[in-house]
Write a protein that binds this ligand. Structure first.
Ligand code: CTP
Ligand code: CA
Length: 227
């Protein structure tokens, strides 16, 4: 019933969404990843399609079915692949929502043979990945840019710093240590923080409802742009 009452209030808006974790290869059988399942990003993509947006979803590995009605769906594994897919598809977008949990580091050398166990300790040297969101922030022009911040401590302060550093319009911050928030669950507890520092806390909500709150906020920003 709820679906029928949703208006197509984002009709024609081009939105690029990233979702899920990334995988950074160590050797042919191993990789580094994180606990992201993609639920939040896929919920945003699904709701955006229902509201009439033209959605490009760039996804790391997840177990979720592809949402119906996407304009484009690109599956990637590594942060580098996600970076390339985002940059190739960014040009005509009105809105970018970066909900993916991108690996900050990747192994400096990828072994083409399985690493055998030898000594008691193994050291794998890691190097930084590109910060996709930060780079978009430098070239965003009038696009609306939305980031996520998953934190275990100093949530507000860290999130505010990310808004500045990455030139975001707003950030969706969630405290990973609260029950019913963060990775793997169907609910989340978020605070939306504006670039001017305003903080809007929300109670525990379904990821679907949070997706619509985020899209409502984007709609308002788009309307203000066109005044
Ligand atoms: N992000 C990104 N590219 C990266 C790392 C992060 O685009 N290489 C994006 C994420 O998709 C998210 C936002 O940046 O929208 C914040 O990610 P987060 O991991 O919370 O912040 P970092 O800037 O990576 O800082 P740190 O992990 O040290 O807290
Ligand atoms: Ca990070």
């Amino acid at each position: 019933v709820k679906e029928l009452t949703l208006s197509k209030d984002l009709k024609g808006t081009k939105i690029l969404i990233t979702a899920g974790p990334t995988r950074e290869t160590i050797d042919p059988v191993r990789y580094i990843t994180n606990r992201s399942t993609g639920k939040m990003g896929y919920a945003i993509a699904t709701q955006a399609v229902k509201r009439g947006a033209l959605v490009t979803l760039i996804s790391g590995p997840t177990n979720i079915d592809k949402p119906l009605g996407l304009s484009k769906f690109i599956k990637v594994e590594s942060a580098n692949q996600m970076y390339n897919a985002v940059m190739e598809n960014i040009k005509d977008q009105h809105v970018i929502i970066k909900s993916a949990a991108v690996a900050d580091y990747k192994p400096k050398k990828v072994s083409d043979r399985k690493i055998k166990k030898t000594d008691d300790n193994l050291f794998i040297e890691l190097e930084r990945n590109n910060d996709i969101l930060k780079e978009i922030g430098q070239i965003k022009q009038d696009k609306i840019l939305v980031g996520f911040a998953a934190e275990t401590h100093d949530l507000i302060e860290n999130a505010k710093q990310k808004i500045k550093k990455k030139n975001l319009d707003f950030i969706v911050a969630n405290d990973l240590l609260q029950e019913g928030a963060g990775f793997g669950v169907d609910t989340n507890i978020v605070k939306i923080i504006d670039k001017n520092g305003d903080i809007h806390p929300f109670p525990k909500m379904s990821k679907e409802d949070i997706a619509n709150v985020i899209l409502d906020k984007i709609k308002l920003l788009l309307e203000n742009k066109h005044l």
